[in-house]
Design a protein around this ligand. Structure first.
Ligand SMILES: C[S@@+](CC[C@H](N)C(=O)[O-])C[C@H]1O[C@@H](n2cnc3c(N)ncnc32)[C@H](O)[C@@H]1O
Length: 279
């Protein structure tokens, strides 16, 4: 396990994934009934952008660094930026929330969070960062076991993020299996798979597998910061979302062009369509 998310925290892919997550928390909050949030590959939860690892790549400067200075942002960015502003009360951008911290701050007293991180040091950091919140359970096991170990939950509503490091060749197909295991246990689960836009050939197979996964509905949203024909670099990132709540597609149609314009490096772009549509 070589991957450490601190090198990449706050980059364009994090901004996209985390913005969508914050909209999902807002949409789940439209009903009082509790939900469970599951994060199979959670990272450490909170990142210091001035720390050694984030500073070495400086990736965040092309992600949240650009948003921090942008004007005319769509209103739906408010929750996401609100959490970041709260972490940086003096106005200087230094601390960046991972998916666990966003979940912790945007969920409600009746909701429960299950956060899993396998890396021994990062698991401990996650535990430290989440300490004191009784709604949060930190697990330090195998992320691919999370759907089988934790679903179904006593809450009828579930949001699960599957966000592996993609260090190994089989991780795209493992994401599809995890999705199938999740919807096999809770058909209504909102499952969000994050994936890198790198190798188009591998992605073609992944899309076919997702389309045959048996999910009731599956939305695909992608954001590009470079042209997508170079398999050696991260051209962008995608989210495959099962059972997206009402309104999410419209929100994505609003924010994707904005993000593509403001986060583009050599060339911005986006795509939004259904891998599995209604009926
Ligand atoms: C992309 S990062 C997660 C970022 C986090 N979800 C966020 O948005 O803030 C992937 C994480 O998965 C962890 N990881 C790698 N292999 C794992 C495994 N088999 N099970 C659980 N966690 C794993 C890595 O240590 C890393 O922290």
């Amino acid at each position: 396990m070589n991957y450490r998310h601190a090198f990449h925290a706050g980059n364009h892919a994090d901004v996209f994934k985390h913005l969508v997550l914050t909209r999902l928390f807002a949409m789940l909050a439209r009903k009082d009934a509790p939900y469970a949030y599951l994060d199979s590959h959670a990272g450490i939860g909170l990142y210091d952008l001035a720390g050694d690892q984030a500073s070495r790549t400086g990736e965040w400067s092309q992600g949240i660094g650009r948003l921090w200075q942008a004007e005319g942002m769509p209103a739906v960015f408010a929750d996401y930026l609100g959490v970041i502003r709260q972490l940086n009360a003096d106005g200087a951008l230094r601390y960046y929330p991972g998916s666990p911290e966003l979940a912790r701050q945007l969920s409600r007293p009746q909701d429960r969070l299950h956060l899993n991180e396998k890396h021994p040091e990062d698991g401990q950091l996650l535990k430290d960062n989440m300490a004191g919140d009784r709604r949060v359970a930190v697990h330090r096991g195998e992320g691919w076991h999370v759907p089988r170990a934790l679903l179904p939950t006593r809450e009828k509503r579930v949001l699960m993020l599957i966000d592996p490091p993609f260090e190994q060749a089989d991780e795209l197909s493992r994401c599809v299996t995890a999705l199938q295991e999740a919807i096999g246990r809770m058909r209504q689960a909102i499952v969000v798979i994050w994936y890198p836009i790198k190798d188009e050939r591998q992605l073609k197979r992944f899309y076919q597998d997702l389309a045959r996964s048996g999910a009731p509905k599956l939305l695909r949203a992608e954001l590009y910061v470079h042209p997508t024909d170079d398999a050696s670099r991260l051209s962008g990132s995608g989210l495959a979302i099962s059972n997206p709540p009402w309104g999410l597609e419209d929100t994505l149609r609003e924010v994707l062009p904005w993000l593509a314009e403001h986060l583009a490096q050599s060339q911005g772009g986006w795509r939004l369509d259904w891998l599995i549509g209604e009926g």
